[in-house]
Write a protein that binds this ligand. Structure first.
Ligand code: LLP
Length: 442
C-alpha cells in the first residue's frame, strides 16, 4: 500500500521523495509518513461501511496509535472522528481542530476513553463537549458529582468487558474477562439500572474492544452479538442507545508471514454480524462505530536510520547498529514484535547476509530485528524499517536521553516537517536544578 518506488539512482522513494535525500535534509532516525497511504486507509474504512452496513456508521481514529497535529488534521479532513485516552491526546486533537476551524463541528465526534481518568481530565472532556466512554463505577460516581454543577446532561457510552478471547500478544488483549478495562458482564444489570435512574446521564451507546493486531474474524463476529444483546437489555431499561462501538484491532502485515484480512473484509464481517444480530433480537440498527488505530496508520510510515558500527562474531552472528532503537520503536523489546527492513540506497543489490539489527541504547535487548536478510551494508547506508506508523512515535521515549526523532509527511514529491527533532535543550526542558545543588560546594 505504500507509494514506494525505486528511482534511477537505485534509491527508494516514498510519496515521490527519495529517502536518502530526506535523511540528508532532516537527519536520522526519521519517521516518514506517506499521506496517500493514510488517506487511502481512511477511505477504505469509510467506503466499506457505506457498502456493507445499511445503517449509519462512523469510523473514529484510535489516536493512541500516533497522536500529533498533522496526523489529527489528516484524519479530520477524511471525516473520521477521534478516540482519545488522555488529556494530552484530547488537547492535541482540540488544538488541531481549532486551527482548522473545525472545533465546533467535530467535538461531537471525539470519544474520551480510559480506565482511570482523573477529575481534571473529566472536567476537560466535559468542557470540550466530547462523549465520555465510561469504564468503571468510580468514574460514574465522579461524573454524577461533576455533572451536578452543569446545565447539560453528560453524553456517555458504557465500556463493557465482553468476555471474548482472541489470539494476540497477552499485553494487547483487552476483551477477555480478566482485563482491567470496562464493566464486567455480571455487573451489567446494575450499571444499566444506575445509569437509567440518574438524570445526569445521557447514555447513548455501548462500547467494547477486544485487542489489537488481530487476524481472526470470529472474535469480532461474536462481539457484535454480545453488544447487540447488551443493547437490548439497555433499551429495555429505557436507555436511549443509538450507537454501538465495536472497537479496533485489525492487524497489519509486518512481515511476509503476516496475512491479515483487508479493511473491506474486516468491515464486512462486523457489519454483517451486527445486522444479523439486530435482526435476530428484533431491535433497530444502531449507528455502528469502529475505532481502528494500527490498520489506519501502521503501514503508512517507515523509519529511516543510518547504519553505523558492525560487530562480527565468527560462526555466531553479525550485528549492525543503527542510530536509533528502542527509544523510537519500543515494540520489539516490549512485545517481541517482528519487522522487515531494507537498505534504501541499495535497492537492487542482492540480499547476501543475515544480520541482527541493533539499536544504539545501552541495553542488550535493544534489537530491532533479530534476523534480517540484507545486502552487504557499510556505515552511512540508510536502513529503513517498514510499518512503523502505529505505536512507534506514540510510545517513543528519551531513554538514554536520546532526542525523539523528527517526522516528515510525504506526498507527490513534497515533504513537510510534521514533528521537529528534539534538541538537547528539549531534552532538558523539564529539568530543574535546586539552588542548593547548583551552589555546590557551599
Ligand atoms: N480502542 C481501544 C479502546 C483500544 O484500547 C485500542 C488499542 C484501539 C481502539 C485501537 O486498536 P488497534 O486498531 O490499533 O489495534 N502498544 C501496542 C498496542 C496497544 C493497543 C492499545 N489499544 C502495540 O504496539 O502493539
Amino acid at each position: 500500500p505504500l507509494t514506494a518506488k525505486v528511482n534511477s539512482r537505485d534509491c527508494l522513494e516514498i510519496g515521490g521523495c527519495e529517502i536518502s535525500t530526506l535523511v540528508q535534509q532532516y537527519g536520522s532516525p526519521l519517521y516518514i509518513l506517506d499521506e496517500f497511504t493514510l488517506r487511502t486507509a481512511c477511505q477504505q474504512y469509510r467506503e466499506a461501511f457505506k457498502k456493507y452496513y445499511p445503517g449509519q456508521s462512523q469510523v473514529i481514529y484510535a489516536s493512541k496509535a500516533w497522536s500529533c497535529m498533522a496526523v489529527c488534521a489528516i484524519i479530520a479532513s477524511e471525516g473520521l472522528g477521534f478516540d482519545v485516552v488522555s488529556g494530552g491526546e484530547l488537547y492535541t486533537t482540540l488544538q488541531t481542530l481549532e486551527q482548522m476551524g473545525l472545533d465546533q463541528e467535530i467535538a461531537t465526534k471525539i470519544y474520551f476513553h480510559g480506565n482511570n481518568k482523573s477529575k481534571s481530565e473529566l472536567n476537560f472532556a466535559l468542557d470540550s463537549g466530547c462523549t465520555i466512554i465510561v469504564d468503571n463505577w468510580l468514574e460514574l460516581e465522579t461524573l454524577v458529582k461533576l455533572g451536578g454543577n452543569r446545565s447539560k446532561s453528560i453524553r456517555i457510552m458504557l465500556r463493557l468487558t465482553p468476555g471474548i478471547e482472541c489470539h494476540t500478544h497477552e499485553y494487547i488483549r483487552t476483551g477477555h474477562l480478566d482485563s482491567k478495562f470496562g464493566f464486567d458482564p455480571h455487573q451489567l444489570e446494575a450499571v444499566l439500572t444506575y445509569v437509567s435512574e440518574n438524570p445526569v446521564f445521557n447514555c447513548i451507546g455501548l462500547h467494547a474492544h477486544i485487542g489489537s493486531q488481530i487476524f481472526e474474524t470470529q472474535p469480532h463476529y461474536d462481539l457484535a452479538a454480545v453488544l447487540v444483546s447488551c443493547m437490548k437489555a439497555a433499551l429495555e431499561r429505557g436507555l436511549p442507545i443509538e450507537e454501538l462501538n465495536i472497537g479496533g484491532g485489525l492487524g497489519i502485515r509486518y512481515t511476509e508471514k503476516d496475512d491479515p484480512p483487508t479493511i473491506e473484509a474486516w468491515v464486512k464481517n462486523v457489519a454483517t454480524a451486527l445486522s444479523e444480530a439486530c435482526q435476530a433480537q428484533q431491535i433497530p440498527l444502531p449507528k455502528l462505530m469502529a475505532e481502528p488505530g494500527r490498520s489506519l496508520i501502521g503501514s503508512a510510515c517507515v523509519t529511516a536510520y543510518t547504519v553505523g558500527s558492525r560487530k562480527e562474531i565468527p560462526d555466531l552472528r553479525t550485528y549492525i547498529a543503527v542510530d536509533g532503537g528502542m527509544s523510537d520503536n519500543p515494540r520489539p523489546i516490549t512485545y517481541q514484535s517482528l519487522y522487515r527492513a531494507i537498505i534504501a540506497n541499495k535497492m537492487s543489490s542482492a540480499a547476501t547476509e543475515t544480520v541482527t539489527i541493533a539499536g544504539k541504547h545501552c541495553e542488550s535487548g535493544d534489537i530491532l530485528i533479530k534476523e534480517a536478510l540484507l545486502p552487504k551494508t557499510e556505515p552511512g547506508d540508510i536502513l529503513v524499517v517498514m510499518g512503523t506508523g502505529a505505536y512507534n512515535y506514540s510510545m517513543a521515549s528519551n531513554y538514554n536521553r536520546l532526542s525523539r526523532p523528527a517526522a516528515v509527511l510525504v506526498n507527490e514529491g513534497e515533504a513537510n516537517l510534521i514533528l521537529q527533532r528534539e534538541t538537547y535543550e528539549d531534552v532538558l526542558r523539564c529539568d530543574r536544578l535546586p539552588e542548593k545543588l547548583a551552589n555546590f560546594p557551599n
